[in-house]
Design a protein around this ligand. Structure first.
Ligand code: GAL
Length: 950
């Protein structure tokens, strides 16, 4: 990357950014030597170093979070919730602005990303495409591929040469992070994406991709998300996989509930591979004009997570990845047509990296998948039906140790009634029992809920006969076993443990009744889930501390590894890391308020630190250490009340000099997808792939011109709300949102016998995602133009982003800017001098269609050790006809359409935002009719936390 191609006035800004990125790259850890691991699988599960392992994974796209320092935040938050894997798409188009040109530096430094995953200790499921879909421009194909020949996703030689170029580049990086070589945590490699072309060519293509990956040094298992394809024959993958979105993507009715599909039948089709979901619904994307992401979060909320994820478990799946766990943002022009800037996805972690109730729920299940290791190897087993027919139970058993899992829910998963039941369960040589035993109690499924109950489960030195509470976690630390069990608030719980002799029981907190059955050698505990009860049991092979909580209490626990012994914490918003240095236990994490911190510490802990500060601790009755942690200091945000504004569309005026622009004189293109009118106007053919494009058409008027017919490709069939506006000799012709329109010409506007100019501004809302037909090659920009009333020929010129595929700002990359005058002249960049622009305050309305640029600066000083996500909000009391693109310090982080919506808040990722100094906002507002302008613009805080992230 180089700043030398930048216009001289803007080089300083480029160098500053470059220096920042190089400094952070130098801090990245180098791979530590370690031993190679094995990754195999059988029909039950993935097997890592011989150990059957339940894979609980979430999707994250680094290219939707242009802030490497925040990658670590997301990975740590995932790990803290019990995810042991992260699934990552690598986006070809994000790295390659031009054929043969690849950038893996700065925000594109995937080497650094994979190092972080290793350091955080999370497996990586790599998905490099070449095609990825993902609601991104052209489904991840680079802009330069649009104007090439060769059927995409086939063995066509032109396409083959192109994708091999990408694979060589990305495989080289992925290969050096494979767990099989002991240098990283890359666990699996996906080949293609939802590729359902089971033709001879489709199979040959698949095989060629697999051969290429292997030739590039990929040694981990190859898998697909192609449902029932490529199980056998040419193109066969090591591991097939299913994608499933049971709630679909319509967030307008978030209370809707669909049926649970039982994948057990699919399971039978898999001979020697586990039931794997590379994509199981983790949220939903939203569309322009949609209801917004809180609705999607509701559609796919905690109840959905419990019922559907546990149903998948009941089908025998041991590999679930959720798409998305962190969605992020389509900054710049990254989105495919139809979706807007936010790709929050209604996911467990919001775009501004905040934890939601969905995160809590995933954590509850995720911890269990880790704590109940026998779950990775189970077979379906028959069981008695519940005594309440409205409920349905599925049983699974581990063939080696007999651990049983009972997954209970409503037979009709959409039921919202509260139903009680007893379950008859098998306890092996200990016979069958109907539970719960305590008179007057029952197991409840209240509404859309699901429970996984364990029986015959041995952990630490303990023998759990069964529990009607769910297991959060169990661990051995501080010379004792600890187990955390939980249930819905107010519901009864019953836990039975087996002992040779009667143990001594101490109820330390809460109300718990115990009963010893001497004949059966069992200790029964009965309680109501309400806050947190603590019970100490001595006399078994090792002491046991039982922590019995309701859901809310359970979600406040965090389990971290501390070198040799795990640590259990209770209290904070987030716990990130735990390390032991002698008797010092160093913890890091985040707090949203001041509060209690309880530490169940390893033996020999003398001192506890939190984010580097020593804590005062007192020992509790349960042997834990109690302390308090501080909350964040308040953060005040400045008002944005001093703006500068200027006209940003000189291209409208007849006097504008377009001599340097390219003439659209092409009469042929390798892109055979479209029946182009000649000469070709498609902006991709001239190297302009993203953002706005200007056209200026010159003609000699006869004076008889009555109208002009203009056609552009706006992809409106996708409801993506594209638009173009047109002027003739500086007179506004109108706007068009449908793609084609005849605009009347007032004869008084024409210069008979002279040069007349038509100026057209078109928004490229992205290239289509691909199926198997080349649709991503659909043209963008103007398609054709015709004058009515005369034969005069229009000679067009075109201007998109400066340099086209030869980026002037490689640091910010191919998607950051398009061809607006202000973008071509660096008006979006910090340091640009706007002092001669007019002063303005917002909101501001205008009756002049065109483009206005607004700029302001503001200072921040967020206290060190605090994470305070901030967004820019645009508010219009009444929707106007304008659309704006928003830049923070030169980075385009938002596209706003006043009369379409729904997004009004645009997140400012750390790193792009200067939290300790000056920031520049630039907004280009395109008034597409006579009632445009720009609404009120404010800074809003989305949260405030102390943080252990450094
Ligand atoms: C899947 C696809 C993903 C994404 C998802 C919907 O079919 O593989 O890339 O597009 O749908 O968000």
């Amino acid at each position: 990357m180089s700043c030398s191609k930048w216009p001289s006035g803007r080089r300083a800004a480029c160098w500053a950014g470059l220096a920042m990125l190089l400094a952070t790259a130098a801090n990245a850890a180098t791979p530590a030597p370690s031993t190679a691991h094995t990754v195999t699988f059988d029909r039950h599960s993935l097997i890592i170093d011989g150990k059957p392992t339940y894979i609980w994974s979430g999707s994250f796209h680094y290219w939707r979070l242009p802030s490497p320092e925040s990658w670590k935040d997301v990975l740590q938050k995932m790990k803290a919730a019990g995810f042991n894997a992260v699934e990552i798409y690598f986006d070809w188009g994000y790295h390659s602005p031009k054929r043969g040109v690849y950038d893996f530096t700065g925000i594109r430094d995937v080497d650094r990303l994979l190092d972080m995953a290793r350091d955080v200790g999370i497996y990586v499921i790599a998905r490099p495409g070449p095609y990825i879909n993902a609601e991104t421009d052209a489904g991840g194909f680079p802009g330069w591929l649009v104007s090439t020949a060769g059927k995409p996703r086939s063995t066509a030689p032109e396409y083959t040469a192109a994708y091999q170029e990408w694979m060589t580049q990305i495989d080289r990086i992925i290969a050096r992070h494979q767990i099989t070589d002991g240098r990283g945590t890359v666990l699996l490699y996906q080949v293609e994406n939802e590729f359902y072309n089971d033709s001879p060519d489709g199979r040959a293509y698949m095989q060629a991709l697999e051969d290429k990956a292997r030739a590039d040094g990929i040694t981990v298992p190859l898998f697909g998300n192609h449902n029932t394809n490529f199980f056998e024959g040419v193109g066969k993958l090591d591991m097939p996989g299913y994608d499933s979105y049971p709630m679909d993507f319509d967030c307008t009715r978030p209370d809707r509930w669909n049926a649970v599909y039982d994948f057990a039948s699919e399971r039978r089709g898999l001979k020697d591979t586990p039931l794997f979901f590379p994509e199981y619904q983790g949220g939903a994307f939203d569309v322009w004009g949609g209801p917004g992401y809180e609705a999607c979060r509701k559609l796919t909320g905690p109840a959905f997570e419990r019922v559907f994820y546990e149903a998948t478990m009941a089908s025998g799946s041991t590999m679930q990845n959720f798409y998305m766990t962190y969605g992020g943002m389509n900054w710049g022009w990254l989105s495919s047509p139809g979706v807007y800037t936010s790709y929050d996805y209604g996911a467990a972690i919001t775009t501004s990296r905040q934890l939601t109730p969905k995160y809590d729920q995933q954590k509850l299940i995720g911890y269990m998948t880790r704590a109940a290791a026998p779950l990775a190897r189970t077979d379906a087993v028959g069981t008695w039906v519940p005594d309440n027919p409205r409920l349905r139970v599925t049983a699974r058993v581990n063939p080696d140790d007999g651990t049983r899992f009972y997954i209970l829910r409503h037979a009709d998963a959409a039921d919202t009634t509260d139903d009680a039941t007893h379950l008859k369960i098998a306890l092996g040589k200990n016979g069958d029992t109907t539970i719960p035993l305590a008179p007057g109690t029952a197991i409840h499924i209240n509404g859309r809920d699901s429970k996984v109950l364990l029986a015959n489960f041995k952990f630490g030195q303990q023998d759990l006969v069964y529990s009607t509470s769910e297991l959060l976690t169990q661990l051995h630390t501080g010379d004792r076993d600890i187990a955390v069990l939980y249930g819905r608030p107010g519901e009864d719980g019953e836990t039975v443990l087996r002992y040779d002799d009667r143990p001594t029981v101490r109820v330390l907190d809460g109300k718990v009744e115990t009963r010893w059955d001497a004949a059966a050698h069992t200790l029964r505990l009965n309680y109501r889930h309400d806050g947190l009860a603590k019970v100490e049991i001595n006399g078994g092979k090792a002491p046991l501390l039982l922590l019995l909580g309701d859901n809310a209490a359970a979600t406040r626990f965090w389990q971290l590894g501390a070198t040799d012994e795990p640590v259990l914490l209770r209290g904070p918003y987030l716990a990130r890391t735990a390390e032991r240095h002698g008797g010092v236990l160093a913890l890091t994490g985040d707090a949203d308020r001041a509060g209690e911190l309880e530490v169940f510490a390893p033996t020999g802990t003398r001192q506890v630190t939190w984010n580097g500060k020593s804590l005062q601790t007192t020992a509790s009755a349960s042997g834990s250490l109690l302390s308090r942690i501080d909350g964040p200091s308040p953060v005040a945000l400045p008002a944005l009340d001093a703006w500068h504004v200027t006209d940003g569309a000189p291209e409208i005026a007849t006097t504008f000099d377009d001599r340097a622009w390219q003439a659209t004189d092409r009469t042929s293109t390798p892109n055979d997808y479209w029946d182009h009118k000649l000469p070709i106007l498609d902006s991709d053919d001239y190297g302009f792939h993203h953002g706005h494009v200007w056209y200026r058409g010159h003609f000699t008027a006869t004076g008889k011109e009555t109208a002009i017919q203009l056609s552009a490709n706006l992809g409106v069939h996708l409801g993506n709300h594209g638009i173009f506006t047109a002027w003739i000799n500086g007179h506004f012709l109108g706007n068009n949102p449908s793609g084609s329109q005849q605009f009347p010409i007032d004869p008084a506007w024409l210069k008979k016998g002279g040069d007349n100019v038509v100026s057209v501004l078109v928004e490229n809302t992205g290239h289509l995602q691909e199926e198997h037909n080349g649709a991503f090659r659909e043209p963008r920009g103007l398609l054709s133009a015709r004058l009515e009333g005369s034969q005069a020929v229009i000679r067009w010129k075109i201007q998109g982003n400066t340099g086209g595929e030869d980026l002037v700002d490689p640091m910010r990359g191919p998607f950051n800017i398009g061809g607006l005058y202000g973008e071509r002249n660096g008006w979006h960049l910090p340091g640009f001098k706007d002092s001669d622009w007019a002063k303005a305050t917002l909101p501001r309305t205008t009756d002049k269609p065109g483009m206005d640029w607004y700029r302001t600066t503001f200072k921040l000083d967020i206290p060190d050790g605090q994470d305070a996500p901030i967004a820019i909000r645009i508010h219009d009391a009444v929707p106007l006809h304008y659309r704006a693109i928003v830049f923070i310090n030169g980075w385009q982080i938002g596209r706003y359409i006043s009369d379409v919506g729904p997004q009004t808040d645009f997140e400012l990722p750390p790193g792009l935002l200067n939290r300790h100094g000056e920031n520049t906002i630039a907004i280009a507002s395109w008034s597409t009719a006579q009632d445009g302008g720009l609404g009120e613009v404010t800074l809003v805080m989305q949260g405030n936390y102390t943080t252990g992230l450094r």
